[in-house]
Design a protein around this ligand. Structure first.
Ligand SMILES: [Zn+2]
Length: 393
């Protein structure tokens, strides 16, 4: 009898193991608890990474219920790097993705980057074997993340590359650590501290995971990897129809340098019509032949409505003659705007309604422009920062 029960148990076990195991993916929100990661005043990396992980998790649960998802943390708690790896290793996970926000001493450094294990990083043969086994898929996911950030217009694609990072070196499955932008860069920070930005980053990562899923299901990782390497993350070689993507949030494209230049020229020409500034003629698109509305009788022009929200910028310097957006004196800072004031043209970097953000950016900007300072505008009217702050709700 005992033998029979044992035999039945054995058959049962075999039956259970024959059933395909669902894929297990681990999402790791970087930092947590006392470890805040990088920060920009009250914005903390640990909070942003958790928001992103939660958004990805919601998207995955909605659209891919077949994948078992594990979050290393679902709230604000400290976990060592070893603990994070253990969670993935003990679950025998098929994928590990860690999400972080970057920082750099140079405020001009911006953009996204994704890392996978460095083969040179381990002198342990067991670990090395595991890394070699998973390296293609790790690199594949890293490139797909960069591809999807790029597709929604994130600037400065810093690419996918190997790096000796604990969570990449000590996980037994394909593993990637992705940095979704620099809190120390003005533009990245504006993106990362907006709800829309975080939402878009989450969709980008989700879409990369969907592409990874489609490619690995087709066992096309080698082919895809070659295509991604060759095109610097532009093309994964898989038909778009095979990937179930979430629609990105439409984002307005930033104006090109030529457009900025034209707008500045137009603005200056409008303000100082006597100064002979050449303005390129704008070719009018053919308009419908609607008769001009009879508005000749306009009594003295209605005053422009005054915007009530002041905008803060950083004045880098002032010049007496126009300069171009790529002028070397700007040291790569962009976008800059130009405001005429008497005989001078003030060169302003960034424009934000958040004074604290501008103030903290000033610290880093002063490394390049020691005399830079914060200015405030209400519409086109310069006002003192003190007055502007009184208007901030
Ligand atoms: Zn981090």
């Amino acid at each position: 009898m005992k033998k029979l029960i044992f035999l039945l148990f054995l058959l049962f076990s075999l039956f259970m193991s024959a059933k395909p195991r669902p894929l297990v993916w681990v999402l790791d929100a970087g930092h947590g608890g006392n470890d805040q990661g990088t920060s920009l005043r009250e914005t903390l990396e640990k909070d942003l990474t958790l928001s992103i992980v939660k958004e990805i998790s919601t998207l995955l649960k909605k659209n891919k219920p077949g994948i078992k998802l594990i979050l290393t943390r679902n709230d604000d708690r400290y976990l060592s790097l070893e603990e994070r790896c253990n969670i993935a290793n003990n679950a025998n996970a098929d994928l590990f993705l860690s999400i972080h926000i970057n920082s750099a001493p140079n405020p001009l450094v911006s953009g996204t980057e994704s890392f996978y294990a460095d083969l040179k990083g381990s002198n342990n043969s067991v670990r090395n074997g595991s890394i070699v086994r998973n390296i293609d898929r790790s690199e594949l996911l890293a490139w797909l993340l960069q591809k999807n950030y790029g597709e929604t217009g994130r600037p400065n694609d810093r690419g996918a590359r190997p790096k000796q990072l604990y969570v990449c070196q000590y996980t037994n499955m394909p593993a990637v650590l992705t940095e979704v932008g620099f809190l120390t860069n003005f533009q990245d920070a504006a993106y990362l501290t907006s709800k829309l930005g975080i939402r878009q980053i989450s969709i980008d990562i989700y879409n990369a995971l969907m592409e990874y899923y489609a490619i690995t299901q087709e066992k096309a990782e080698k082919k895809s990897l070659l295509a991604l390497r060759r095109t610097n993350g532009k093309d994964s070689g898989i038909k778009a129809s095979k990937v179930k993507k979430e629609t990105p949030i439409p984002v307005r494209d930033d104006p090109t340098p030529e457009e900025v230049e034209r707008m500045v020229a137009e603005e200056l020409a409008a303000k100082a019509p006597s100064k002979n500034i050449k303005v390129e003629p704008v070719i009018e698109q053919e308009k419908e032949e609607t008769p001009e509305p009879e508005e000749q009788e306009e009594p003295e022009a209605a005053p422009e409505p005054t915007p009530v929200v002041p905008v803060f910028s950083i004045q880098l310097f002032a010049v007496s003659k126009e300069i171009k957006p790529d002028d070397v004196r700007l040291k790569g800072y962009k976008p800059v705007t130009f405001k005429r004031s008497g005989n001078l043209i003030k060169v302003l970097y960034g424009s934000e309604t958040d004074y604290k953000l501008v103030k903290s950016t000033l610290v880093t900007v002063r490394q390049h422009f020691p005399d830079a300072f914060v200015v405030a505008y209400l519409g086109d009217v310069p006002i003192s920062v003190a007055d502007a702050l009184k208007l901030v709700p």
